[in-house]
Design a protein around this ligand. Sequence first.
Ligand SMILES: [Fe+2]
Length: 104
Amino acid sequence: MLSKIPVILEKMEKEDIDKEILRAGVIAELDAINLYEQMAAMTKNHTIKKVLLDIAKEEKTHVGEFLTLLEREDPEQEAELKEGKKEVQELTGKGSVTRSASSH
Ligand SMILES: [Fe+2]
């Protein structure tokens, strides 16, 4: 199920609209990743699966682009992303989140 843009952008305060646009962009790209990965899991056609997973990977780049812009527009978000990473490292004792071996 795809998300809907969670706010009516026309009604946002001018100072917040770019942050809202960038957050909506992150949401849309994350939804796209899920959609393409779900479709890749559904198809038996290896070529279609391969292309869908490649596109899903490209969407992850798009998440990074929107996040980079969001961090510029919202310094609090940038700080809290770092804080969240630190908290997970403290809780898990690991320097970075490990990848699941079951992922593709
Ligand atoms: Fe995208």
